[in-house]
Write a protein of this length. Structure first.
Length: 237
């Protein structure tokens, strides 16, 4: 499964370019639609599709940042799942689905992943098929698509990551609060962390914590570039 990319990346390693497809003419065992995507715009993340084939990321630093983010998130997500029989999660800005895959590897039974970018969802669906993840485990929907009848109203874990421009938006935070049964992870610009924390409290969250990055992570993630906040709801709400 793609979740093996949570391992610490090799220092200085760059994504393998899409042009390094086998020169012998023997095409990899990939869906033709996925092969077509490899010839398109660069990807959000370097996915290991085959031992010799990795998607070309638009940002060479994306792998390190996502590894750092996942390392910071994992203990909080696992703690939330340990207190729940449902173990559900909502990713409000899933992109290609990298963190949604991590949520499944951390114990989620059902993940709903939303995005308003058709190209990202198209790739997310192809990756879901490639890694043989069932739609019952990972449900991908357009952001404004209505939830199916009987869908759970609240999720043990809610992610608001990869959307720095929306981190302090009152409407977005209110929506995240209403959907949260335990914790909401909010990624924001480092310089705006205090402002976003205050906005989260105003949205109704009971507390906001600021986890530190791992020693092996990129310090700039918190100090200069991005920050991660863990907003919690009142127990038993």
């Amino acid at each position: 499964m793609a979740t093996r990319s949570t391992d610490k990346p090799t220092a200085g390693a760059l994504p393998r370019p899409a042009s390094t497809l086998p020169a012998s003419g023997a095409a990899p065992a990939l869906d033709p639609r996925l092969l077509s995507e490899l010839a398109g715009p660069r990807w959000e993340q370097s996915w290991n599709l085959l031992p010799t084939l990795t998607t070309p990321a638009a940002d060479p630093g994306a792998r390190q940042r996502l590894w750092t983010l996942a390392t910071m998130l994992r203990p909080h997500v696992r703690d939330a799942f340990a207190l729940s029989e449902q173990r559900t999660a909502l990713d409000l800005r899933c992109g290609e689905g990298w963190l949604a895959h991590q949520l499944l590897s951390w114990g989620a039974r059902h993940v709903v992943a939303l995005d308003d970018r058709p190209e990202s969802l198209r790739r997310a669906r192809l990756l879901r098929e490639h890694f043989a993840i069932g739609a019952a485990e990972l449900e991908l929907r357009e952001e404004h698509e209505p939830a199916p009848p009987g869908a759970a109203e609240r999720f043990d874990v809610v992610l608001l990551t990869g959307a720095l421009d929306r981190a302090s938006d009152p409407a977005t935070l209110a929506r995240a609060f209403e959907a949260t049964a335990s914790i909401c992870a909010i990624e924001c610009a480092g310089a705006e962390a205090n402002t976003v924390a205050e906005a989260a409290l105003e949205a109704g969250f009971a507390s906001v914590d600021r986890p530190l990055p791992p020693l092996q992570g990129a310090p700039a993630y918190v100090v200069e570039d991005r920050d991660l906040l863990i907003a919690r709801v009142r127990i038993g709400r």
